[in-house]
Design a protein around this ligand. Structure first.
Ligand SMILES: *Cc1c(COP(=O)(O)O)cnc(C)c1O
Length: 403
């Protein structure tokens, strides 16, 4: 008995080594690094200060003194929230944050989840039923795909932005439950935005419902920073919007914005809401203040878009992107194979710029890329240096951008 157990254990441990070795051989092994967050959109890695172009803190709110002060006040009372929201983990901070989100989003109500991933998985599994069909863009965030799968509904993954296939599928007779179209607002690895007006037209023509994940849209897109639905003025045409407090809001947590009835139902049904400890009150306080800043200081967004436009202009004239590249703070420079991407990322780091090299399985094979993620704290003068460094790093790897 003991020897058998020991040999199964040894065998399994050796298989872990083999799996890691296979990743290593394919240039796909990921390792973690440690960065000390600094002010002004910078980080420290060992002894070097780097401009962070690999983050999601688009407006610099993660370290805004007012946001930090709000968190500090919350921390004076407690660190952990001590239970799930339905048991005893709901505090006045949670209540206030949900009111702030609802006001910011122009919705009747909002429901906060521990993370954006939890909001996606919990909401989809609560709302999408087994007899339903879900249409999911191939480039949607993993948590949307997971939520769709776990719902038990029939899952139809369509090619990115392929409205033709989607419309052909929707035209087919259907006598099951409901049909849903689930999409990222901003696609996180490509930076492009979903064609929401066309998706809404399709949904309305064929009685489907749309769910939009605004993770990279909140605080960045739209007249008042509510995201891509606001940008396209389709907020009233989508069933609901899911967002995160971990990107432009600079904190942590996910949320759903919609009607009071929807939020009541979700708090009864969404398993990631019911079975997970609620957010720490300090984070609720911080996120509430960050959302107020987003509402009151549109100049932060204007500054971000100024940097986006200047960077795109320079990348375009350097031939690193083409004119079809979306106007977005996330700019992919597709180079193809993982090794030159990681090589270029290392050279950029030597030059003081931290940029993510993105490889499979995060993106399809043959589309490994540098992912430039801009933020409002980047100085205007830095944009020129950044693009020059990108040109040099990519040239030194002996490759060309395919974008
Ligand atoms: C980051 C991201 C999430 C997850 O949000 P977290 O708050 O980090 O869990 C969900 N959807 C999309 C599209 C994202 O980019």
């Amino acid at each position: 008995m003991t020897t058998h157990a020991a040999s199964a254990l040894d065998d399994w441990r050796r298989s872990l080594d083999r799996e890691l070795a296979a990743l290593e051989a394919g240039g796909l092994r990921r390792t973690r690094r440690t960065f000390t967050p600094l002010q002004d959109g910078r980080l420290r890695s060992s002894d070097r200060v780097l401009v962070n172009l690999a983050g999601n803190d688009y407006l610099g709110l993660s370290h805004d003194p007012r946001v930090i002060e709000a968190a500090r006040r919350g921390l004076e009372e407690t660190v952990g929230s001590r239970a799930s929201g339905l048991v005893s983990g709901r505090s006045p901070w949670h209540e206030a944050l949900e009111r702030t989100i609802a006001a910011f989003e122009g919705c009747e109500d909002a429901l906060v989840f521990p993370t954006g991933v939890a909001a996606n998985v919990g909401t989809l599994t609560a709302l999408v039923a087994e007899g339903d069909v879900v249409f999911c863009d191939r480039l949607n965030h993993a948590s949307l795909v997971d939520g769709c799968r776990q719902s038990g509904a029939r899952l139809r993954i369509y090619r990115h932005d392929d409205l033709e296939t989607l419309s052909r599928e929707l035209r087919k007779p259907f006598d099951g439950g409901r049909r849903w179209i689930v999409t990222d607002g901003v696609f996180s690895m490509d930076g492009d935005i979903a064609p929401l007006p066309e998706l809404c037209d399709l949904a309305e023509a064929y009685d489907a419902l749309i769910i939009v994940d605004e993770a990279h849209g909140t605080g960045v897109f739209g007249e008042t920073g509510r995201g891509v639905c606001e940008h396209f003025q389709v907020e009233d045409r989508v069933a609901l919007r899911i967002g995160t407090l971990s990107k432009a809001v600079g904190c942590l947590g996910g949320f759903v914005a919609g009607s009071h009835t929807l939020c009541e139902l979700l708090l009864n049904r969404a398993r990631t809401q019911i079975y997970s400890t609620s957010l720490p009150p300090a984070l609720c306080a911080a996120a509430g203040v960050a959302l107020e800043i987003i509402g009151n200081e549109p100049q932060r967004r204007d500054r971000l878009w100024g940097r986006v436009d200047e960077t795109r202009r320079l990348l375009l004239s350097a031939g690193l992107i083409d004119a079809n590249c979306f106007r977005s703070p996330i700019i992919p420079i597709v180079l193809g194979e993982p090794r030159p991407v990681m090589g270029a990322a290392a050279r950029l780091e030597e030059a003081g710029f931290l940029m993510a090299g993105i490889r499979p399985p995060t993106v399809p094979r043959g589309t490994s890329r540098l992912r430039l993620s801009l933020h409002s704290e980047l100085a205007e003068s830095e944009v020129t240096l950044l693009v020059e460094a990108m040109v040099a790093a990519i040239a030194a790897e002996g490759i060309k951008s395919r974008t």
